[in-house]
Each structure stands twice: as C-alpha cells, then as structure tokens.
Design a binder for this molecule. Sequence first.
Ligand SMILES: Cc1ncc(C[n+]2csc(CCOP(=O)(O)OP(=O)(O)O)c2C)c(N)n1
Ligand code: SF4
Length: 312
Amino acid sequence: MASLKELSKKQDLLSPGHRLCAGCGVSIVVRQVMLATENPTVVACATGCLEVATTIFPYTAWRVPFIHNAFENAAATISGVEAMYNALVKKGKIPKDKRIDFIAFGGDGGTYDIGLQSLSGALERGHRFLYVCYNNEAYMNTGIQRSSATPYGAHTTTGPAGDVSFGKKQDRKDLTQIVAAHKIPYAAQASPSHWNDLVTKVKKALNCGGPSFINVIANCNRGWRNDTGKAVEVCRVAVQTCYWPLYEIENGKLKINVKPKEKKPIEEWLKYQGRFSHLKRPENRHVIDEIQQIIDRDWERLLTLEKAHQSQ
Ligand SMILES: Cc1ncc(C[n+]2csc(CCOP(=O)(O)OP(=O)(O)O)c2C)c(N)n1
Ligand code: SF4
C-alpha cells in the first residue's frame, strides 16, 4: 500500500504543459499509473487523446521513453520492446539485474475495438507488460463517436439522441472479462477516485511476472458533458452505483475490492452527465430502468463469481 506522503515525493512522469482538456480524467489516471512505477519504464501509446495531446511535435510531456504507434497495435509494439529487452539481457548487453518495465496505454476505441487483436495476441504470447485502458467510453479524439465501451442509452455523435433515438442501443462490451479469459496472471478494474487501490493494482500488475491488464474508468468532460473539475467525483459515483465495480483477478481468483455499503441508484451517475440528459424526458424513463437492470444483473454476476472463486 502506497502512502500519499511517499507518492508526493515522486516525480510526475507525465509533466504539466500537455494539451489534454482542462478537467480531463485521463491525465489523472496516467499520473497515478506512472507514480506506481518503481523501475525505468518504456511506454507505448495508441492513437487517441492521450497520445495526440501529450506529444505535439517537437514537444513531449513524457519523462520516460515513449513510442507512438498506430491506433491498433500498442500491445504488439510494447511486446516487441519487451522481446528486444530479453534478447539484450541474454546477449549480456543489458545487465541481468537491470529491470525495465513496459506499459501500453490505449483508449477504449484503441483497446475494446481496433487494438483488440494485438492485445489478445500479446496476452496469449505471455509477454511481461501492463496494458492500461483509459476508458472514457467513446472515440473522443475524433469527435465523440460510439465505441463498444459506450454505455446503453448514452448520446454520441454517431448514435445521437433525439426524436427517433434514445442514444446507444447496445450494452457495453465486458472487456475485463474477455481479457481475463486469456488466463493471464493479473487483470483488474480501477478508478482514479480510489487512488490507493489503483496504485496498488499497478504495482501488482508490474510485478506479476507476465501480461497484465487494468481497465480504468476515465471521465472525458467533453464527451460526457460533465462540469470541469468533477473528474474524480464522477468516477467515484461510478463505483458507488456499481456502474464501475473495482475488482481484480489474480491468478484466476476474482476479488471485489470495493463493495459500497449502500449501492446508489444509477440516476446518481447519470445526473452528472449531459450525454444522458435526454433520459430525463418521460418517454425515455424505460431506458433508465433498463440501465439499472443491466447494472444490477452485472453486479450480482460479479458477486456470484467472487463467491465461486473464493470457495475454489
Ligand atoms: C486505423 C485507424 N482508424 C481510425 C483512426 C482515426 N482515429 C484517431 S484517434 C481516434 C479515436 C480514438 O479513440 P479512443 O481510442 O477511445 O481514445 P480517445 O480519443 O477517447 O482518447 C480515431 C478514430 C486512426 N488513427 N487509425
Ligand atoms: S476530449 Fe475528452 S478525453 Fe480528450 S482531452 Fe478532452 S476531456 Fe480528455
């Protein structure tokens, strides 16, 4: 467990001066992830807001070696870097005790959709790397288009809410479970509102000896249409409503890390965000009920899975 005092003494590896929007949750997520690193670290990043806003040529906000690759292959790129590291250690060009860590970042578009094949391949090959999905639930950089992480009922520019539609018609994909099905040593969900949980998870992931994955909810105040300055608050409500459960799967065993004493109704999460404002209209009331049913069903499933895993 990290202490705030300890973390406050560490250098931010993502420097100020990047061009992510004011109030963007992504920089908070990335800072927390990078604060948890203990060794020299190489970062690869899929195309998306994070890459575009932190590496505007000839500048960079990164204080670590950083590779930008195409939208679809952050995991393939970082697995190549890890393979090269292993080869150099074998040849004696890097001392055996010089540990280097490898992290790939991708948005939900670059992870749930376009980069899924390269992520799946890298996980299956067993490279030692951490993949962090900063999940803002849409293709934000190119104008708020829906992704397979976009929740049911949300307004996006490719599934706009209006007279003929209540927004996205499909439930989001459960990528964390898809990744866990690769039987990797460590997979988890995290939120910047629970910094200690997030930092602990990154440390575990980097030290698990193989591939690891953390899916982190990251608000986008442009796409979610939430007030600037509410990034952490809105992500906390995601956890309190069980919209975004915090859990980990360590060597096949699932553990829920935060169980809200009182599960807040889903309206508490929806009310922060303009992307759901159309749901206030009486004809869309059924969508709120359906979202609540989805959340309840998924939460119950998770509790059942945890019970099953703990009794194994
Ligand atoms: C193969 C490919 N298709 C489309 C694009 C255009 N493109 C660049 S960023 C982006 C959206 C990225 O969305 P996401 O990964 O969710 O990250 P975010 O922008 O939300 O941070 C798209 C569609 C591209 N660069 N490459
Ligand atoms: S568009 Fe959204 S994700 Fe992109 S920098 Fe702005 S707030 Fe962050």
